[in-house]
Design a protein around this ligand. Structure first.
Ligand code: ZN
Length: 289
């Protein structure tokens, strides 16, 4: 692959082992007043391990409508195309997501967009947990509503979004994403224990479910696994484009869903030797496994 140019301070010594840095003088002032150099890193990116696809049921749990479409929808289309069952669970309705739209109206619009977006990739079960957009707290109440969803759907795989502090580099993640991802990991374990949130078992007729083998987080800067999405890439684009009111509301000039997704998918594909792919960080949920 072509070298990836990155900016580094002029005392940089060529990065990690395996990277070959070529420095070139460039006329750009660094933050400390010194000169920075463009470091060309001629590195083959680390290969991704193919995800285990020997499962029948997955549940996607994310903070907002549109989250899945920015990193996982093409993969979901692949799996539903294989006959697997995938359900979506939105912790909020993204009602605080459009500056020029009142939350009550926004909730209705975004739920509708999410249902259409899901249908494009073969998902017809879309739930909204009704938690407050933008101000989610990581904690026991959040774990409780997610554990109930896991007990209802009884998935083998749970998919969520990146919940690290950043997307890699300096780009900060969002508070709801971090709260949800952390709560998902805990709620998956809570769901298997009949004495945790026991009113769900004793009063609501839910059974404990300890069958989740792995949690997969898309968009993670620590992704080590991937799945080929070359055949379903277009469905992923259409799925993101279904969030039209949201995308327009962002006010990102010239945002192009295809271009955005293609950049990521192509780069990830190179790590699997395919045209397009989606990357995931895998958390094994078994004890000691
Ligand atoms: Zn989000």
């Amino acid at each position: 692959m072509s070298p990836v140019p990155v900016w580094a301070p002029d005392d940089a010594r060529g990065g990690r082992p395996g990277q070959e840095a070529v420095r070139k003088r460039a006329g750009r002032a660094g933050p400390a007043g010194g000169w920075w150099h463009a470091v060309l890193v001629a590195e083959t990116p680390e290969p991704l391990t193919p995800l285990d696809e020997s499962w029948e049921r997955a549940l996607c749990v994310v903070a907002h409508p549109d989250d899945l479409e920015f990193g996982a929808a093409a993969a979901v289309a692949r799996w539903t195309g294989q006959g697997k069952s995938v359900a979506y669970c939105m912790v909020t309705s993204g009602e605080a997501g459009i500056d020029g739209m009142d939350p009550d109206e926004c909730r209705r619009v975004r739920e509708e967009e999410q249902r259409r977006s899901a249908a494009v990739v073969g998902v017809d079960v879309v739930e909204f947990l009704g938690q407050p957009d933008g101000v989610l707290d990581y904690g026991v109440p959040l774990r409780e509503v997610i554990a109930a969803a896991v007990r209802r759907h009884r998935p083998e795989i749970v998919i969520t979004g990146n919940f690290h502090d950043t997307w890699g580099g300096a780009s900060l993640n969002q508070a709801d994403h971090i709260a949800v991802g952390r709560a998902v990991l805990d709620a998956v374990r809570d769901a298997g224990n009949r004495w945790i949130f026991r009113e769900q078992v004793e009063g609501d007729g839910l059974e404990p479910w300890g069958g989740v083998r792995e949690v997969w987080a898309f968009g993670s800067p620590r992704s080590g696994h991937g799945v080929d999405t070359s055949e379903t890439f277009e469905a992923g684009v259409a799925s993101l484009e279904a969030h039209r009111a949201y995308i327009d509301g962002l006010g990102w000039e010239h945002f192009d869903a295809r271009e955005f997704l293609e950049g990521n998918a192509r780069q990830t594909g190179q790590r699997m030797g395919v045209a397009f792919a989606a990357a995931f960080e895998v958390f094994a949920m078994g004890w000691g496994g």
